[in-house]
Design a protein around this ligand. Structure first.
Ligand SMILES: C[S@@+](CC[C@H](N)C(=O)[O-])C[C@H]1O[C@@H](n2cnc3c(N)ncnc32)[C@H](O)[C@@H]1O
Length: 294
């Protein structure tokens, strides 16, 4: 799983790069855009898209360990009652300060996704929603939304994915599709379309994500139920297209989900070598086990 060209001397630079870039994402474009998603849309997205993924990932009787990388309390709050009795432990990790106190289900951690302090294979599921595109780029929303890729963008994104794959058995990643020419998530207003060049270097394509994790099993899933069209519905084009788009996504096969005809990527990644196996552990950077881990 480890990239042969990876040199230890680059590690501190990559980690620092992730922190700087992530903070920019969190404090400027990323946060502004995330905050505009309504609680209702978040709740529907979580109920219809996320809960089935978590239920499918359960194996055995122990608690299901989930890591939400770049996650927020706002995202989970609406579905807390639905997690009752599911025996799930969710760690929400973000560069930003802890948003709430821990409880039986949630642990909030301030941390950098590019240098996770968990043992190999500690989590059953790692999810990361709308984060990878903010790694390795510089964004500003003043006076208008603008984004510029950094020279080491791919190195930072590869380090990010390597860490997710190291600590998790199954990774679910999502982001707007760079191969699709319209971005509805990052612009001067919520849901306002932003037409972009395919060489812009901001939003990743499916092929780019796959190239960042050589040897891993990477599948494109339809974003059906992940997208709720709430932001787009604030505009006439959104109201017009929401219903046909929902039907289109509902029947979208995997070959279409990875193509330029899908506006939003949902990607499942599994390591070729199961996380936590001796071969994988030998290749991985040693880390201390998560606090409280057995
Ligand atoms: C656009 S928001 C997405 C929030 C949430 N996952 C959602 O689906 O609504 C991107 C988030 O990623 C966080 N982030 C960016 N880089 C990060 C890193 N290297 N480590 C941890 N969090 C990071 C930012 O602080 C921000 O909260």
């Amino acid at each position: 799983m480890r990239n042969q060209r990876w040199r230890p001397s680059l590690i501190p630079a990559v980690i620092r790069g992730c922190i700087v870039v992530g903070r920019i994402a969190g404090l400027s474009g990323g946060k502004a855009i995330f905050d505009s998603v309504s609680a209702f849309a978040r709740s529907r997205r979580a109920r219809r898209h996320l809960l089935p993924l978590l239920k499918a990932a359960r194996s055995g009787d122990g608690p299901l360990r989930v890591l939400d990388v770049g996650g927020t309390a706002n995202f989970w709050r609406p579905i807390i009652p639905l997690l009752d009795g599911m025996n799930v432990r969710i760690t929400v990790l973000n560069l930003e300060p802890r948003p709430a106190a821990d409880d039986e289900t949630f642990t909030y951690v301030v941390g950098n996704a590019c240098a996770l302090e968990y043992a190999d294979g500690y989590f059953d599921v790692v999810i990361s929603s709308g984060v990878i595109e903010h790694i390795g780029v510089e964004e500003t929303s003043v006076p208008r939304y603008r984004v510029t890729p950094l020279p080491n963008r791919d190195e930072l994104r590869a380090a990010f994915l390597r860490e997710l794959l190291r600590v998790g058995k199954t990774i679910y990643l999502d982001c707007p599709n760079g191969a699709f020419p319209i971005d509805f998530w990052h612009s001067d207003g919520p849901g306002r379309p932003r037409f972009h060049s395919l060489r812009e270097g901001f939003l990743p394509t499916f092929a780019e994500i796959r190239a960042l994790v050589p040897g891993a099993r990477v599948e494109a899933l339809s974003p059906y139920q992940r997208l709720q069209f709430r932001q787009a519905a604030q505009h006439w084009h959104g109201r017009l297209l929401a219903r046909p788009a929902e039907w289109y996504l509902r029947w979208m096969p995997s070959w279409l989900a990875k193509s330029a005809l899908n506006p939003f990527l949902v990607v499942r990644i599994k390591s070729a070598v199961p996380a936590g196996s001796p071969a994988n552990a030998a290749a991985a950077t040693p880390r201390r086990a998560a606090p409280g881990s057995a």
